[in-house]
Ligand binder design. Structure first.
Ligand SMILES: NC(=O)C1=CN([C@@H]2O[C@H](COP(=O)(O)OP(=O)(O)OC[C@H]3O[C@@H](n4cnc5c(N)ncnc54)[C@H](OP(=O)(O)O)[C@@H]3O)[C@@H](O)[C@H]2O)C=CC1
Ligand SMILES: CC(C)(CO)C(=O)C(=O)O
Length: 323
């Protein structure tokens, strides 16, 4: 089994460095400043609670630079707004029946992938990682680097799930095979509705009554749509003692993945596939979602203005959301 990590950023970089360090065959597909820095430095600088190291694994700039094999497992680790073109590139490069694992937040990636490929897997990723400096990824999870729930999409278990879980266990993660993995992914999506709030207000602002109101909209649309979900946030008892926030020498956590997009000036944000999913479900099922709709607009404005993380006050955001 060879692991292709498509999108070497915070999550993809942690996966690739950890799998390669554990002796697995791991190949990255990177782009832009990250690709240039990995090439210039002779590897990816991977910083974790256990120390920092330059990890060398093969990295290419696009799928068509690879000769795909039947035993490849392809992890999608780009943000949701970048999934559709990435899938097109995989198909153009000759991918057919290989396993495609959506190791991303949101619930749209799996559906996009299943349209093109028959063997799609959903992975819920609970793993606090930063990518703000090209060539460097920081993972704060300890003692396990991250927790993952994994299963076939839309449901089911098979030999690939078992093999991926075994490989992940050996690489410092905890992997939980789940027959109904999308329940976990909908639970994670509910947590990620705070990503854009944190981007607007700054790190540490993703809790409290505002977030609860935002999540209540999600719970209402899930109920109307008949979507089953399970909580996988910080209160998930599996985290205690297995994967908690640790200290990494010389750095502090930047914040969630959307705040990192603003900090890097990435020019896009994942909000359409996080809060925007709740808005879509609300429209489909006749449930108003004014807060999440307002946050989608705010997210786009922050990107368009090139705003820094934490550029708004909570009072300003509340006014924007009509509160
Ligand atoms: N960071 C975290 O702590 C967590 C993130 N997640 C989720 O994991 C997913 C990935 O997030 P994260 O790792 O933070 O994202 P990052 O932006 O750090 O990494 C994604 C990387 O993929 C690159 N990329 C995108 N499209 C392509 C492409 N076609 N070819 C090559 N490279 C590509 C991006 O490049 P570019 O920058 O140029 O777009 C970027 O370098 C998201 O769904 C996120 O919500 C889940 C749990 C925690
Ligand atoms: C929950 C959180 C914030 C953990 O890093 C996350 O999933 C993200 O960064 O997108």
């Amino acid at each position: 089994m060879r692991f292709i990590i498509y999108g070497v950023g915070a999550i993809g970089g942690t996966f690739a460095a950890s799998l390669a360090s554990a002796g697995h065959d791991a190949v990255g597909i990177a782009r832009g400043d990250m690709l240039a820095a990995i090439r210039a430095n002779g590897g990816l600088t991977f910083r974790a609670t256990t120390g920092s190291q330059l990890v060398n694994f093969p990295v290419v700039g696009a799928p068509d630079e690879l000769e795909f094999r039947p035993d490849d497992v392809i992890f999608l680790t780009m943000k949701g707004q970048h999934t559709a073109p990435a899938l097109d590139e995989l198909r153009a490069a000759g991918v057919t029946t290989q396993a495609v694992v959506c190791a991303q937040n949101g619930v749209n990636n799996e559906r996009l992938a299943l349209r093109l490929f028959p063997n799609v897997y959903a992975m819920t990723v609970m793993l606090p990682a930063d990518y703000v400096t090209p060539g460097e990824v920081i993972c704060y999870g300890t003692p396990k680097r991250g927790l993952t729930d994994l299963g076939r999409y839309p449901h089911g278990l098979d030999d690939n799930v078992a093999a991926i879980a075994t490989a992940f266990d050996s690489a410092g993660f905890a992997a939980f095979p789940l027959e109904q993995v999308m329940r976990s992914k909908y639970g994670k999506l509910r947590d990620n509705l705070g990503n854009v709030v944190e981007a607007a207000l700054g790190h540490g602002s993703r809790s409290g009554p505002l977030l609860e109101a935002i999540q209540a909209e999600a719970e209402a649309v899930y109920a109307a749509a008949g979507i089953d979900w399970v909580a996988v946030g910080n209160a998930d008892p599996r985290r205690k003692g297995l994967m908690e926030m640790g200290a990494v020498a010389g750095v502090t956590r930047t914040g969630g993945s959307s705040i990192q997009s603003l900090k890097r000036g990435a020019g896009t944000i994942e909000t359409d596939y996080l809060n925007g999913e709740i808005v879509l479900l609300g429209r489909l099922h006749g449930v108003p979602t004014p807060l999440n709709a307002g946050l989608v607009t705010v997210g786009h404005e922050l990107v368009a203005k090139g705003a820094s993380p934490g550029s708004m006050t909570e009072a300003e955001l509340r006014v924007r959301l009509g509160l």
